[in-house]
Structures are given as C-alpha cells and as structure tokens.
Design a protein around this ligand. Structure first.
Ligand SMILES: *Cc1c(COP(=O)(O)O)cnc(C)c1O
Length: 465
C-alpha cells in the first residue's frame, strides 16, 4: 500500500538513524547494541495511540512512551493550552513570584488528591521538574522535618524490595532494582528494605491478601527494630512498575498506613507511574482508602507533554519549616520549578478527565483488555497474566510456571520486543515481563491488534526455548 513511498522514506529513516548515532547517547541503553541488536526507530510524529516512523511505518504505542502519555500523542487540547500559555508567559522564577497556572494546578491537585476521613487533607504543593527530582524533594522534606524538631536520630528511609523511584542518587538509594543500583551502591544513602508485598511471589496456597499480610508483618518487625531511626517510608502503591509490573493487594497499604502512624514515620506514596488513572482509580491509594503524608506525581501529570513533578504534603509537614531561621526553610529548588507551560499542560490534562469522563471510559477499555489477555495465559511459556486497571502484564518463563524463569542470557524479552516492533507494536518488556500500559484513547481495533501481536511476539520469542 505504501510501496510507492517506501524507497525514499526508508532512506530518510536511515539518514536520521546515522545522524542520531553520530551524536546521541540514549537513555537506559547499552549503546553497543545499536543498531545491530536493537533497531533504532526515528519517529516523525505522533497521532493518538500511534507513533509514525520516518520510514512511514506506524507503531502502536502500547507503553505510552515510558508511561507518560495519557490521551494519545499530540492531543490537540493540551497542545493548544501549551501554545496559548507560551505566548502569554513561558517561564518565571517561582521564588518570590507567582503565576496563575501554578496556583490553579495546585488547587486542583489538592482537591482531587486521595482523602482519608480521619486525617487532615493534603494541603500544600511543591513543584519539581521530573519524577526523580520529585522523589528527592519528598525524601529531603521528610528528613528535614525531623531535623527541625531536633529529632536527629531519624536519618533512615524504608523502601520496598523490588521498588523503583528514579535514577538520581537519592532516588536510587531507595530503589531496589539491582541492574540500576548495584554499580552505584557505594554512593548511595542508607535505606532499609522491607519485603515486597508482590502477589506473584505468593507461596503455593497463599492468596494476594496473605502476601500483603506477610509483607506487612515483615515491615512491622523492621520498624520495631529501628524504632526512632526512620523518617519516612516510600512505596509505589498497588503496582511496582519498573520492578516488573508486580501487583499487590490494597490490604498492604492499609497495614502500612497503620504501621507508619504507630511509629511516627511519614508515608510517601510514589504515584509517579500509577497516578492519573493507570490502575483504574484516579490515584492508586484510593483503592485502599489510604491517604499518604507525601504524594509524588509526575509522568502522566501533564498528559505526557512536558516534564513536571508535584509533591503534595500535609499542613503539619509544611508548618514544621516555618521559622525565623532560613536554614529551617526548605531551600530546595530547580530552575524550572512550576514552569507555566508544564502547569498549563497539566491543567488541560485534568480538564480532559472531567470533560471526557475518562475513568468511566477506561473501565470499559480495561474490561476489553481483560477479555483479550485471558487466552494468552494458555500459551506454554506464560506463567502469569495480571491486571490493575489499565495495566496488564504477562510473565514469560521457561516452564510456564513461576519456579522456572528463563536464563537472562536468552534475552527472551528483547526478542519479544523486536518481534512486536516488526509487527508495528511498541512493547518494551521489563526483563521477561511483557506489559500493556496504553494511552487511554486506544480503541477496540487497536486493542485487538495489540493482543494478536503480543501473542505472536510471545510465540516467536519463546520458539527457541
Ligand atoms: C519513572 C518513575 C520515577 C522517576 O521519574 P523520572 O521522571 O523518570 O525521573 C519515579 N518513581 C516511579 C514509580 C517511576 O515509575
């Protein structure tokens, strides 16, 4: 069909690939694998759930461009809001100055943030400019609050095994993914790791609820052993995304809330990946009826258009920094903190949630995903199919059961990635975990393509096994 253009367009793609590799160092990539092991795909534009390559090929973006995009690429309402804002006020220092999008977005975020009836609601918003920076803010705030009270022994953070919170040194300190962490270990701050509530790791006969209780008991013991030494606990509610889309029962979050309260430890919910409807509810904490003391948001915050992070905190935490001394203030800053363009994009994105009744539509889409994914569990190397709202994950193993993972040297995930890409779908497995985290505009026809390509990619990637 596109044959007429193929020659020149393939040449154009080749041209951009060469220019790219001459100058760019890509994120999260062993550059030696380009271009022979890993194809490099120059993209010309985005249209809804599609990415359109320089060679004219279309790719269904089943990973929402690293979990950022919510409503499809180049969504016109968000694009328009950014353009309008750019012609009004593109950037202003946020220390000592204020602007409408920053104020309105803070008001909106506080109004929609998770609530727990017996707690004072989240009351203040601090902006940063990417997810890792937001995590740094939350960690520093929690630590500094105790310093300001003279509780100098509270210097440690608790995080979860298999958790992920970003790549900067502080965020990496509370992450537990060896591939990202190990080499930098000598540089990292001290953190204590509590057992993951991951229900994939359930022992035979154990339910997801049992896993949650068992992990919470482990946390209880850890907090007791380190009483008075811990300032905050950080976790990804409901789904440990970078850790392989590992999911847990909301009961875990209820137990964590109680344990943090019992020990006077701040609870930091990192909803950078799971926020804004990914798990079905607007925020994942809602599924447990739990309100954190600090809430980190980024990725989908701007609908996937611009980098921005927001850290929401309680009035009590904020009040702990009010003092005559400047040193007791939170002197953290980033140059682009609260950038007006990013705030305008976020406001436009939140308006779409309301005008398009996005969460209700997602319920239908998620049910469709359930139906399309179900048959894949029958494939010989699929050990698990699991879902949390708009996230679906497929675990590939040698024996099709949990006990026999593939040897990582087989690079089954990479094979699946390439097989899907050849068929026009962007799946980007985490190890041997394939997953769908599509833009919310994905339609039935695109979902059917996604399911059939996933099936073919699994079969091709595991054919050697
Ligand atoms: C992606 C991610 C981060 C880091 O965000 P960046 O914008 O990539 O720095 C932090 N926490 C979680 C849970 C994430 O998924």
């Amino acid at each position: 069909m596109e044959g007429f253009h193929d020659g020149p367009m393939i040449a154009a793609a080749e041209h951009w690939r060469a220019r790219d590799l001459a100058v760019l160092w890509h994120p999260c990539t062993q550059m030696r694998e380009h271009p022979d092991v890993l194809p490099l795909v120059p993209i010309a534009r985005g249209e809804g759930a599609w990415l359109v390559g320089r060679d004219g090929r279309r790719y269904l973006d089943a990973v929402s461009s690293w979990w950022t995009n919510l409503f499809g690429h180049a969504e016109p309402r968000i694009a328009h809001a950014i353009a309008t804002q750019a012609m009004t006020l593109e950037q202003v220092i946020l220390a000592g100055f204020s602007h409408q999008p920053a104020v309105e977005l803070a008001e909106k975020l506080l109004a929609i943030a998770p609530r727990q009836a017996d707690r004072e609601p989240l009351a203040k918003v601090f902006y940063a400019d990417n997810g890792s920076a937001g995590v740094e803010v939350a960690l520093k705030m929690a630590f500094h609050w105790f310093r300001n009270r003279g509780e100098d022994r509270r210097t440690k953070f608790v995080a979860l095994e298999n958790g992920y919170h970003g790549e900067t040194i502080g965020a990496l300190s509370v992450g537990d993914i060896p591939l990202y962490r190990r080499v930098y270990a000598p540089l990292l701050a001290e953190a204590l790791f509590a057992p993951s509530p991951d229900s994939y790791a359930a022992a035979p006969g154990e339910t997801a609820h049992d896993c949650a209780e068992r992990a919470a008991d482990g946390l209880r013991d850890l907090l007791a052993r380190h009483a008075g030494e811990i300032c905050a606990l950080i976790l990804e509610p409901r789904v440990q995304c970078a850790g392989g889309m590992r999911m847990h029962d909301p009961q875990y979050l209820r137990r964590v809330r109680e344990l943090c309260d019992a020990h006077g430890v701040f609870l930091i919910a990192d909803e950078i990946a799971v926020g804004f409807g990914r798990t079905g509810t607007l925020f994942a904490c809602e599924q447990a009826g739990v309100q954190p003391d600090l809430l980190c948001l980024s990725k989908g915050l701007t609908g996937g258009f611009l980098p921005l992070a927001a850290v929401l905190c309680t009035q009590a935490l904020y009040d702990g920094f009010l003092d005559d001394s400047r040193e007791r203030a939170f002197l953290h800053s980033h140059s682009y903190t609260g950038n007006p363009l990013a705030c305008a994009a976020a406001l436009a994105s939140l308006a779409i949630f309301e005008s398009d009744d996005v969460l209700a539509r997602n319920c239908t889409t998620a049910a469709r995903m359930t139906a399309l994914a179900a048959p894949l569990v029958e494939l010989p190397h699929v050990a698990d199919v699991r879902q949390a709202g708009m996230i679906m994950a497929f675990e590939l193993t040698q024996g099709g059961d949990k006990r026999t993972p593939f040897d990582s040297s087989m690079r089954v995930g990479l094979r699946a990635y390439r097989a899907a890409l050849e068929r026009g779908v962007v799946l980007r497995p985490l190890g041997d975990t394939l997953y769908w985290m599509p833009p919310y505009c994905i339609d039935d026809e695109q979902l059917e393509l996604l399911a059939s390509v996933t099936r073919d990619a699994i079969l091709e990637a595991t054919a050697c096994a």
